[in-house]
Design a protein around this ligand. Structure first.
Ligand SMILES: CC(C)(COP(=O)(O)OP(=O)(O)OC[C@H]1O[C@@H](n2cnc3c(N)ncnc32)[C@H](O)[C@@H]1OP(=O)(O)O)[C@@H](O)C(=O)NCCC(=O)NCCS
Length: 190
């Protein structure tokens, strides 16, 4: 599906463009925003490559990756980066990633952004299951995923290599019927 457009009260999702590199760098280049992520802060060059790859992947057929800009509707500024990647190991499933620039934290945008991304996955792509993995110390992510109805399922041991050591991940997931029950939307095919 291209292009993705979806909005909530304060935020909107849109496709990324090559002009978004500096705004994405304010997230992926930030030591604060990447503290619990699987990678160290990215350089501008690395972010440039990620954005270029995402822009190219958006028009592939079939599309396997939905890396999207999260913009504040009032200002049109890019405040977040969200990603759904179809999971090659599970039917009708995707992994979820999300991050906001630190200045946007603490105002409920995290929950609003993840709901928009789940809406793309379930309502537009008719997925069955969406899951995300977080650091055991990422309390903000744990609470954000819990707030949208993602159930904590367990631990992937020594999942991520960071700062010279292995780190566990905690998995959260939500199924289509749980999303429907939470939002009143219909599960495809039923
Ligand atoms: C995770 C993140 C998106 C949350 O965004 P946010 O806009 O600050 O979150 P919200 O305001 O929507 O709050 C969502 C929940 O998280 C809680 N929360 C937010 N920041 C928190 C913090 N620093 N510590 C503990 N809980 C926190 C809120 O209290 C709320 O919980 P509640 O519903 O139980 O009250 C943001 O912190 C972020 O971008 N972090 C860096 C990237 C990241 O870790 N991404 C997740 C990868 S798995």
């Amino acid at each position: 599906m291209y292009p993705v457009t979806r909005s909530s009260a304060r935020l909107a999702l849109r496709e990324l463009s090559t002009e978004d590199v500096d705004a994405v760098l304010a997230i992926y280049g930030s030591p604060e925003a990447t503290e619990h992520l699987s990678f160290e802060p990215r350089s501008r060059e690395q972010v440039g490559r990620i954005v270029a790859r995402s822009v190219a992947a958006a028009v592939e057929t079939p599309r396997g990756e939905y890396a999207l800009a999260v913009v504040e509707r009032e200002t049109s500024e890019l405040v977040g980066f969200g990603r759904l990647a179809l999971d090659p190991h599970q039917q009708s499933a995707a992994t979820l990633g999300f991050a906001l620039r630190p200045r946007a934290w603490g105002a409920g945008y995290g929950v609003e952004m993840v709901r928009l991304l789940l809406g793309v996955g379930f309502d537009d792509l008719n997925l069955h299951r969406i899951w995300g993995a977080r650091s055991p110390w990422n309390e903000a992510s744990a609470r954000t995923m819990a707030a949208v109805g993602m159930v904590e399922e367990g631990v992937i041991r020594e999942h991520v290599r960071k700062a010279g050591g292995w780190r566990d991940s905690v998995v959260h997931a939500i199924l289509d019927r749980e999303w429907s029950a939470a939002t009143g939307s219909r599960v495809a095919g039923r």
